[in-house]
Design a protein around this ligand. Structure first.
Ligand SMILES: [Zn+2]
Length: 296
């Protein structure tokens, strides 16, 4: 499968002002990431998309929770009731859903510069996650005729929200496979890093053999060795190697892959967005690895 560029599903509306999300840069990050990506010389095409409706969010979440958050009657995953954050949320999930539907229909790889999904449970948010775009996209892919898919969550933290939603809806390990932190491969140390990186192509081959037709890849930046809230596991070069292993395996196996960003909390000093340059470097490498594997 070759493609002329990497489609990137981005709209300015998916960005909440940084002042609204002081505790985490994740909601303000998409714009900085896309600006950084555009300077890399990697062929990409920015695509627009529609925000998701409350009905779509309620395929994965309790409808009362969806309404309460969007009507500012309950805290979002940033533990506040900011109208700006609430307004951005249908675009955040919409971006990832659009990337997923794009690769489901056309194959190949597509990017969503989004974070803040995997701690969002069926009826609650937290850990900077309000609505679970991974789960929404997985459930929609099944509804669109995909028979089996896999979520490859390579953030440093356990995807408790994704696990909760997939369990409650009866899809976990039936038609949605879920890899998240908690694997014996995902621990600190050089030997474990080598083992983890060698495991990824094996895992993707195994998924292909088991009938997986689509991969949703969360390329978290917080497994970095210097990340203050991550698992202090991989260097920048090793994270790049992780991304290469994932994308080259997907390309080789003919597995469509939609991907997003997730955590990354290293500070570089200076003013925004220079203050997250180290995190942007990790996300830059993910785009490079995607283009190396898919763009011809
Ligand atoms: Zn994380």
């Amino acid at each position: 499968m070759s493609q002329p560029h990497v489609p990137v599903f981005f709209r300015p509306e998916q960005v909440a002002a940084r002042a609204e999300v002081q505790t985490s840069p994740s909601a303000a990050k998409p714009k900085a990431v896309v600006e950084s990506w555009k300077r890399l010389g990697v062929p990409l095409a920015v695509h627009t998309f529609e925000p998701v409706t409350r009905e779509v969010l309620a395929t994965a979440h309790d409808r009362a929770y969806v309404d309460a958050v969007l009507d500012l009657e309950e805290d979002n995953g940033f533990y506040n009731r900011s109208a700006a954050v609430a307004a951005s949320l249908p675009y955040t999930t919409g971006s990832f859903l659009a990337a997923t539907l794009h690769v489901l229909r056309h194959g190949g790889a597509a990017a969503s510069p989004t974070s803040g999904f995997h701690h969002a449970c069926h009826d609650s948010g937290g850990g900077f996650c309000t609505f679970n775009g991974l789960a929404v996209a997985a459930l929609r892919a099944l509804a669109e005729g995909c028979r089996k898919l896999a979520i490859l969550d390579c953030d440093a933290h356990f995807g408790d929200g994704t696990h909760d939603i997939l369990s409650r809806t009866g899809h976990l390990e039936r038609d949605v496979l879920h890899y998240t932190r908690g694997s014996p491969h995902y621990r600190g140390g050089n030997e474990q890093a080598a083992s983890f990186l060698a495991h990824l192509p094996q895992l993707l081959s195994q998924w292909k053999d088991e009938g997986v037709e689509l991969v949703l890849y969360q390329a978290g930046a917080d497994p970095h060795v210097d990340d203050p809230v991550g698992c202090r596991f991989l260097t920048t070069a090793q994270l790049h190697e992780r991304d290469r292993a994932v994308f080259q395996s997907c390309a080789r196996l003919g597995l469509p892959v939609a991907w997003n960003l997730a955590g990354g909390y290293q500070e570089s000093g200076g003013r925004w967005p220079a203050s997250i340059r180290k995190v942007l470097n990790v996300h830059d490498n993910t785009l490079r690895a995607c283009a190396e594997a898919f763009v011809r």
